[in-house]
Design a binder for this molecule. Sequence first.
Ligand code: 5GP
Length: 189
Amino acid sequence: MKGKLIVFSAPSGSGKTTVVRALLKRKKFKFEFSVSATSRNKREKEKNGIDYYFLSAADFKIKIKENAFVEWEEVYENQFYGTLHSEVERIRSNDNNVIFDIDVAGGLNIKKKYKDECLTVFIMTPSIEELEKRLKKRGTETEASLKKRISKAKYEMTFSKDFDIIIINDKLETAIEETINNVREFLTS
Ligand code: 5GP
């Protein structure tokens, strides 16, 4: 049996990364994180090969031509992000399951390709007002970037119905438990 794929997508501020980290800690699920390639600049604390494979925009475009990507998106202008076939195959050949933390469009494209081998999970806050509250509390956004993220979140939420499961992250512990139960069921089915 080849490893299975679990895709997590969510508007920024929904707690997706925390849920993904909780799953990666459960060793019995044998998850490995799919490291994406990107052409955006590396942030100070990030490591090549751990957070992303950092490529120049030119090298990224060469890889697109070579069909090296399972999916790719220009998430922001001239900033490309994509999942490499080699990454998915590397993890599956280690007999591990693959976990993805990617945007909504990318997540749905992975589902299209891997179908029943893939579970897509959409994580959202109980309401847009709650999302706004959390983003403000996080304190990482300016008024303008907050507006951008909220309007992107509203757009992304219109795709939630296309995901296999939707987790409402009201209380974090409950959201993690609910995710674990769904993932366990999928991996053993
Ligand atoms: P950041 O620059 O903050 O790390 O990520 C920006 C956005 O790109 C996030 O929404 C993230 O989920 C998305 N992203 C990261 N990796 C991939 C990928 O491989 N494919 C796609 N389509 N989106 C990705």
